[in-house]
Each structure stands twice: as structure tokens, then as C-alpha cells.
Ligand binder design. Sequence first.
Ligand code: NAD
Length: 358
Amino acid sequence: MTILANPERLQAFISSIFTTSGSSASEAEQIASHLVGANLAGHDSHGIGLIPAYLAHLEAGLVRPNQVPVRIGGVGPFAVFDGQMGYGQPITNAVMAQAAAIAKDIGVALITLRNVQHVGRVGTYAEALAAQGLMSIHFVNAIYDEPCVAPFRGSDARLMTNPVCIAIPGSRPVLLDFATSGIAMGKVRVAYNKQEPLALGRLIDSAGQPTTSPKVLFEDPKGALLPFGEHKGWGLAFVAEILGGALAGGPTAADAAGRKRGLVNGLFSIVLEPGRLIDGGGFDDTVAQLTDYVKASPAADPERPVLVPGEPERESRAQRGRDGIPVDPATWKQICSRARGLGLVPPEFTSDAPAQRP
Ligand code: NAD
């Protein structure tokens, strides 16, 4: 049965998994806060379900706990970072803190990050920058054992789900943050764990034919995800591979020797103070006016009003923060089995009922 986990208790448990497996308290807290935060935002694909993979990479010596990013180049607004194959969340938090400092000092930071394990939900970093009044644009490539996204018009996988993220701070903040595949890989994993089919148009089988079965990404013979938006999504995925991979000096999908290093990301980010280009107050008013204008479009389906990017995450945070985070049985079983292997006793959560506050 699906459990409904209290976010604070869940985060404490997840943090204990990482301290027990070798991370400092600060690192464990950052990973746990990021993963539970992704679940709260409604992105279970980038939440606690990733823990078994992270621990498998740790056991294989692919992720190195307790690393700090090293600035290996760049002057002025430019900064080139190497993530030392550390956990993506603490490394990227530290890199974005340096990018924010540069942007506050001289107006803009252009940074790249290579050699970092999975950074998770990119929007988390963009939200943290937006909370400081900073706008940001992120292009990310991803390298895993084997690619999972087929090119538009192709029939086998060549890239990963390369996310793109843009955040605009203000009284009506905007957060656009998505995988360039029709759906994120992790959402296929969630459907696979729940044994649920996916909508047609998302996946192809090993023969390049449309399928609804999430099995094609996890069982041989392998199929692939399709990019969103035909040639447009495909083009964005390809550009993210160039900016997040080649420009950042990390591996690209074409580099077969760069695989088998865990789930590795590369980033190119632009962080800027909008007030350097336009009067901050006036800009905020204009975005608010525009937001009201587009949202006033009568909903085609009264149950589904017009939203702007970032609203679904805010709504999810409010609802799951109140009612608890739903975790499907297969995902919870995998995490608990890993935790028991580390000598931990998983907490009990209410099944299919609102979570109890501690
Ligand atoms: P998604 O398809 O749920 O799209 C999310 C985006 O669309 C958000 O900006 C959201 O606010 C917006 N949105 C959703 N419904 C909307 C509506 N009705 N109107 C307006 N905007 C709407 O996201 P996804 O593609 O499944 O990606 C999920 C997460 O996965 C992202 O946070 C991404 O960063 C992350 N990701 C990470 C990696 C990695 O390698 N680290 C790879 C892929 C994806």
C-alpha cells in the first residue's frame, strides 16, 4: 500500500542513510533535503526513489562522498568548476553559491560544472537563486551506462533526458524546469515500479515502434524515450548536450569511454541580476501583469485552469507538506532494504492516510 510520509521524519531518515554510508552530516542533510524537496514539489522522479541508485554508485566507488567543487578556470564573470565526482547536490549547492556571489558583485555569472554525480532536480538550484533575487538559465547533459532518449526520427537511444531550466524571481516567480524527453526517466521508473502503462507517444520499443510499456527502459531488449515536441525538443536536448557536456569540458553522449561512471551530469548556467538590465520594480510589475493576463484565458476545461510554470510545484508543496508525501510500495521497499543493509531501522508511516506530524 502507498504510504504517506511526514516530510520532516522522512528527511531525517534519508539523512541517516547518507551519514551511515559515509557522508558528513552537512552533506547528508543537503542530499536528503534535495530529494525530499523534489518529492514535495511533485517530482517523485527526482526524489527519494533515487537512493538505491545513489548507494549502488557509492558501493561501486563511482561517487566520492564529502567532496568540494574546485574552480579550475575562468576570470571575471566566468568560472569553470570540477565536481570531483562528488554527490551532485552538495557540489552544485556550493557552485551556485559561488555563482550567486559573482552575479551579485558584477551582475552576471557564466559557469560550467563537469565531473559531478547526479545533480537531481535542477529547479531546486534555480529556486534558491531566485530567492536571492537572481534569474538563472541552466542547460544540463547527463551520461549514464547507456543513453535512453532517441533522436527525433531515430529508432535507438543516443542521449539522456538533458534538462533545461529557467527561473525568474519576483512577486510572481516563474520556474520552467523540465527534461527534454517527453517525460523524465525517473517518471518511467516510477511507472515501472507501479507496473503502470505510460501514455502513447513517450516510448518506443527496441524495433523503434510506439509502446506504452515502461519495461522497455529496464528490461532487454531496450527501447527508448522520445524527445518532447518533435524536432523542437530534440533540438533543445542536443543543444543541452553541447552546452552542459562539450562546453563544460565533460564527456558527451558520443564518448563511450565516458560512461559507466555512475549518473554523471554536466552544467552550463547563466546567473544574473535582472536589475542590471531593467528597473527591478518595473520588471516585477510587468511580469505580474503578464501573468494575470495569460491566466485570464478561460480554461478549456474548468477543472484545469491556465497555470504558469512553477505553479504546479508550489501547489504540490502546499498539498504534500500538509497531507504527507505518497511513496509507492516498491520504492519504499527498495529504500528500506538498503537502509536495513546499513543497520538502520526504517520509520513507520501511515498507509493511505494523512501523515502524523511528529
Ligand atoms: P514536467 O514534465 O513535470 O514539467 C515541469 C515543468 O513544467 C515545470 O516548470 C512546471 O512548473 C511546468 N508545468 C507543468 N504543468 C504546467 C502547466 N499546466 N502550465 C504551465 N507550466 C506547467 O517535468 P519533467 O520533465 O518530468 O522533469 C522533472 C524534473 O526532472 C525537473 O526538475 C528536471 O530538472 C529533472 N531532471 C533532472 C535530470 C538530471 O540529469 N539531473 C534529468 C532530467 C530531468
